[in-house]
Design a protein around this ligand. Sequence first.
Ligand code: CU
Length: 622
Amino acid sequence: MSWLAGTLCLGLLVALTETLNTLCLLPTAGAAHECERTCVAGDTRTCQYEFHVQEYHTLSRACFDCPNNLTDCEREECVAGDGVARPILTVNRQLPGPEIQVCEGDRVVVDVYNEQLSDTETIHWHGQHMQDYQYYDGVPYLTQCPILAALFRYDFPAGTPGTAFWHSHIGLHRGSGVFGSMVVREAEDPHLGLYDVDSPDHVLMLQDWIHDSVATKFVGRHHYTSDDYASGILVNGKGRNSAAKIEGVNEVPMPLEVVEVSQGLRYRLRLINGGGFNCPIIVSIDNHPITIIAVDGYPIIPYTADSLVIYSGERFDVVVEADQEPDNYWIRLNGLIDCGQNECVQGAILRYEGAQDEDPLPTLTYDPNYPGVVVNPLNSAGGVPEEVTMVDLDSLQSSILTEEVDRQFYLAFDFSRVNNSYFYNSDLYPYNGVEGQWQLNTPQINDISFLYPASPPLSQPDDPQPTVCLYGQDPPCDGDYCSCTYVLEVSLGETVEFVLVDEGNIGDENHPFHMHGYNFHVVAMGKLGSSTSVEEVAALDAAGGITRKLENAVKKDTVTIPDGGYTIVRFTADNPGWWAMHCHLVFHSEIGMVAALHVGETGDLPPVPSGFPICGNFVPDL
Ligand SMILES: [Cu+2]
């Protein structure tokens, strides 16, 4: 990277007073990967990575005397977190895991070594659409078999430019630490003129954080009376324990993430929420408005706001102009919903060149209110000037959608009061036979819990799939608990509309909906009340009460649905395959808030890679 810093960036700094349109890639600390470079048309490379997945621990022996000696917290392989010891899962003993920074068209080759004692693994490339590389989408039992104690090579081109990330797609592993950023830059970024610096150091990977293992939290929540609240937020794995007072411990002044800037330059920051719990995060920067230039990697007409809310699975690219007095300024991260109970707040520091190495003032405190104009507000459909939704934003690339679509699906997200057989025994301790603190509600789509098939229909297309049930058919049920491999069938090339409804019958939560294989236009969003139903939304639509934005709607792959409301998305089903669509909260998706979109036929797909691992049930005749 030194040649970049020595040429492009030096030239840029010398030319400070002139119009600055030059992209400046600054070197990262430590050895940068050879693929981390300024992107030039025609220069595509093969970018190889090794991922070693392992059970690990914060404050391990790699940390020596951290957090008593804060310098020790910076040691290689030391995962310090917020200074609280807890079990985690890591890739290469890093949290977040290794970053991938490549150019569009690069070939990404990731060798995943599963070094866990007994668990399996898969990795999903969140934001990459995997067209023609469907077998590497990383969804267990849908696109591939789980990786056993062995090596699996993901091999695909970086086909979708923008800010993305990778994460485990199996069990609770993403929430435990198996994730990292993935940035795909373009040779000709359409927003190049809006910023001066797009540094690999300016990727801010956000996550919610608990002070126990996620597995302990899960069984406590699902088989005992524990909650699913988070204890904090980390930025690139760093932060301080904002729950220290609640927990009755002393807060340790752990190192915070620092974004270094020079006065007069404009900086592109890439925000990613990789969190596992239900913690939308309000992001704002003291004294600095933020100009959003891309959502989920997709360029939009720039919109300047005072704050934004980022849900699990979402990404925002923003430009921040360093036009204030050289000083330290808080980048504030205030958590909502399950980050609210423990008042989770975290700070990173926007540090101007020449400012002291110290915290900004005033001391950071939890504040769940939006400062000024907010983009993507929680459980809101906008309608007031201070609240701007995804429907209010415009895509940079103009587009016009047709009035009619070939297929429309209603998908109702809600918690159900059912005897989910994974957590109840309807004879011994049924839902209505236990006290309220023991009643766990089941997150479902259309009152169905997704059941993963025994073998992946993508890579083992000839296997029988007895657990499949199709949209519109009655699912198999055990009492009031219905569960199947819930599939939405679509022909290749059809235009599709999803009416996503958050019925909101229990709690004031919401669900970030994520779709694999595609991004979709966000064409409508509305809130009918504290709760609603598919019937109510359909009746409103039939009566002409829902207006769709058919011109220049933004494209995303993850979107929130207002609680008691709807979000309507559209796309053209031009990518054949078996694509997971699900709530992006780990506890919800892992117990079935999932559906599968099946586009096209086997003949539309590339051949299964030679030697691709297989799996399935073993049931010889009696
Ligand atoms: Cu959910």
